[in-house]
Ligand binder design. Structure first.
Ligand SMILES: [Zn+2]
Length: 77
């Protein structure tokens, strides 16, 4: 299962690179990506690591404000 890393059993996180493509699954411990059938694609780059960390930090900041989740607007576009 892609949800867990077969090397270390840590949970993988789905990282979306392009909206029209399926996410790649990142193991933060092994620092590599697997595809939807658990085939390891490649290792994470330094830039990606920083970018993803920033996104996760933003996500946590956005969702922990007063314990309220930001509502997604419907009908955008
Ligand atoms: Zn792993």
């Amino acid at each position: 299962m892609t949800l867990f890393c077969k090397q270390c059993n840590e949970r993988r996180l789905p990282i979306v690179f392009a909206k029209d493509k399926p996410p790649l699954w990142l193991c933060g411990k092994c620092e590599n990506f697997a595809d939807g059938v658990d085939v390891i694609i490649r290792e994470i780059t330094k830039e990606e690591k920083e970018d993803i960390k920033k996104k996760l930090d933003d996500f946590e900041n956005n969702t922990s404000l007063n314990g309220e989740k930001l509502k997604r607007r419907k009908g955008v576009n």
